[in-house]
Design a protein. Structure first.
Length: 239
């Protein structure tokens, strides 16, 4: 069997399109022919979402026999009257059960690809920053950015290396209400990209303050900054 035939057989085996002798051949090749087995795994990866969406159930012989009998009963003269200019090759496709099986699987696969693509696009939109706060040092240098996404999650992105002495840590705070006071939303031993804990807090608003202070290793013991504030900035709408 040449390489192209092996690839086609493997792809149709994964999609469940084989029958008769080809189906038997594919079953025999699985686990015995390394190239065929590798191509099957490749196509399973390509059609993974489709392949795993439902258990494989082989149609019964009675079902295929009924479908073939229904196709055979289509009045051929009437079909030609509806489409007198239909080419012979199209008429052959019309009566080809294998073609319609393939078309049905292809349509289902296309629908799945579209659904997964739409879900991925929606997830990507939810992760796009809608609010951003640039944290500045006393020297007026941008040292970090806080990104707040449409789904309410937030992330700290350092722009500069920050020297953290032994036994100390960086603590991230936010302040939206002076009467409530600052709230800790993250603690880290060194400057690094990290998620911030905004889940239980009110929705981030314009001019909401974010800042980072230098604290003891376990964080501030009094629920507010005790060490020097290394950088701070207020939230604004992301462009």
């Amino acid at each position: 069997m040449i390489s192209g035939d092996i690839d086609r057989l493997a792809a149709e085996h994964v999609m469940g399109l084989l029958e008769g002798g080809e189906a038997s051949t594919a079953e025999k090749l699985m686990g015995q022919d390394t190239e065929f087995t590798a191509r099957v795994e490749y196509w399973r990866g390509r059609f993974g979402a489709f392949d795993e969406s439902a258990p494989r159930i082989a149609p019964s012989d009675a079902l295929w026999a009924r479908i073939e009998a229904d196709i055979a009963r289509v009045p051929q003269p009437a079909a030609r009257a509806l489409a007198p200019a239909t080419p012979s090759w199209f008429a052959g496709l019309w009566e080809n059960l294998g073609f319609w099986r393939s078309a049905g699987f292809a349509g289902a696969a296309a629908a799945l690809v579209l659904a997964f693509g739409l879900n991925a696009s929606l997830r990507e939109q939810a992760k796009k920053p809608v609010m951003i706060a640039v944290l500045m040092t006393d020297a007026n240098r941008a040292a970090a950015v806080v990104n707040v996404s449409a789904d309410g999650t937030a992330e700290l992105v350092p722009l500069d290396d920050i020297a953290v002495p032994a036994g100390r840590a960086l603590q991230v705070w936010t302040l939206w209400d002076r009467a409530r006071g600052p709230v800790s939303i993250g603690l880290v031993s060194r400057a690094q990209r990290m998620p911030l804990q905004l889940g239980s807090l009110p929705k981030t608003g314009i001019n909401q303050l974010f800042e980072i202070s230098l604290e003891p290793e376990g964080g501030s013991a009094i629920g507010r900054p005790t060490g020097p504030v290394l950088m701070k900035g207020t939230a604004s709408t992301a462009l």
